[in-house]
Design a binder for this molecule. Structure first.
Ligand SMILES: [Zn+2]
Length: 436
């Protein structure tokens, strides 16, 4: 039995050696394979041969990188230091500290401009790097600071709303950083405003109105993103006049007084306080005073419609005033008639003229004089009256044509079209009518 056992033992020993050799061989092979894996990982390459090898966690731990978030004109600028080997970046945003991050863009730059923002919101940003092999690294950096409390866009201010033959013309003052403006319209003053158009200009013509229709307008300024708007402007209303006011195109003078029955059937309505005008132009006068007031002026109405009887009383009063100042009877009468037209010869008797002064003129003067032309209000009226259908009827240096001395306070309604034509021509009404 022993030799057999010895022989067996010898055989076992040989097998054991062989096994050990195989094991050692396999071990060195495994070592070689492991080195290959590390080499691939270091170079970032990946081949089909080693796909079976379980991947190690990525070694690309990026260095600390900074997000900078700043506010620019109507946008938030996100920039970052970037990392090596990153091909592009994903930008995420949360609208408040608690909101989840949403993907808002992808860029190869290290900067992203987010203009899709609204004022007075808090935004947080995170940026994620994408490697050139397409893998997105799970590196997110939230900004520590909260931004987005951008100043709201200024609220625009309507400066004028006026009817014209082509429609109602709405004008406003420009607003900083506004991209464009949205015009809104309603049939009543306290709501129901609907957008009717947008423009990058500072005026808009609403040609959808009917003659005589009263409409209300407001304007909002808009940022790049259409949903981001300023608050609505002040509201201004207007009675639409699609056709120009040809009825107002008539000469009234000492040589051409009002026709006998002119005042029959004409209605008057208040412009301010007890001062009335022909109801067809009273709204234009109100708009003119409102626009001048919102531009900073302080206006007072001195006179508007005067019946022929009131005209006579004005003559009597002025005569007494001049007598009181020491003029002789003849001088006072001559002076009065040079200043005030006889009944029926004055545009005031038709309800088409308005005398406007400053609220404090009579604190310093006892009569209206051409010196009124030096006031801001007179200059605003001279420059803007045509926008409301009025002309400076008795200009300086045209006395021999109009027969009336310079009256920087007297404005006459002639209709929008005619007023603009006359303003542009520099002519008096007499000259303009002779030419047209
Ligand atoms: Zn007058």
């Amino acid at each position: 039995m022993l030799p057999l056992r010895k022989g067996k033992s010898e055989k076992m020993k040989r097998i054991l050696i062989a096994v050990m050799a195989v094991v050692m061989c396999a071990f060195s092979a495994f070592q070689a394979a492991a080195e290959t894996v590390e080499q691939f990982e270091e170079s970032g390459a990946q081949t089909k041969e080693n796909q079976d090898i379980p991947p190690k966690p990525p070694k690309r731990t990026p260095p600390p990188w900074e997000l900078t978030i700043s506010e620019a004109d109507s946008a938030i600028v996100v920039s970052w230091s970037g990392i090596r080997q990153a091909d592009s970046y994903y930008i995420y945003r949360a609208e408040t500290a608690n909101d989840s991050l949403k993907l808002i863009g992808k860029t190869q730059a290290r900067r992203f401009v987010d203009s899709d923002i609204r004022a007075n919101r808090l935004y947080q940003y995170a940026v994620s790097a994408i490697a050139d092999d397409g893998d997105e690294t799970t590196v997110l950096r939230r900004s520590e600071k909260k931004f987005g409390a951008l100043n709201a866009l200024e609220t625009p201010v309507l400066s004028a709303v006026a009817p014209s033959p082509g429609g109602n013309v709405i004008e406003w003052q420009s607003v900083n950083a506004a991209y464009d403006y949205s015009v809104h319209k309603s049939t009543h003053s306290d709501g129901g405003f609907k957008p009717i158009g947008t423009t990058r200009e500072l005026s808009f013509t609403d040609n959808t109105v009917e003659n005589g229709e009263i409409v209300y307008y407001a304007v909002r300024a808009r940022l790049f993103a259409p949903e981001y708007m300023s608050r609505g402007s002040n509201v201004m209303s207007v009675r639409s006049h699609r056709a120009d006011n040809q009825w107002a195109y008539l000469l009234i003078s000492k040589a051409q007084p009002l026709p006998e029955n002119y005042l029959k059937g004409i209605k008057f309505e208040p412009v301010r306080d007890d001062f009335r005008m022909d109801s067809r132009c009273a709204e234009y006068a109100r708009q003119m005073l409102a626009a001048g007031t919102s531009a900073g002026g302080r206006f007072s109405v001195l006179s508007a419609y005067r019946s022929p009887e009131q005209q006579q009383r004005a003559i009597d009063n002025q005569f007494r005033f001049l007598r009181g100042k020491g003029h002789s009877h003849e001088d006072a009468l001559a002076l009065t008639l040079s200043e005030i037209l006889p009944p029926g010869a004055s545009e005031h008797n038709a309800g088409l003229a308005i005398d406007i002064t400053t609220t404090n003129w009579y604190d310093y003067n006892d009569d209206i004089t051409p010196a009124f032309a030096n006031t801001w209000e007179a200059q605003w009226l001279a420059a803007n009256a045509h926008r409301f259908g009025f002309i400076l009827r008795y200009p300086d240096g045209k006395e021999d044509i109009t027969g009336i001395t310079f009256e920087p306070w007297h404005f006459r309604f002639v209709g929008l079209y005619t007023a603009k034509q006359i303003k542009n021509s520099g002519l008096t009404l007499e000259e303009f009518m002779a030419d047209n």
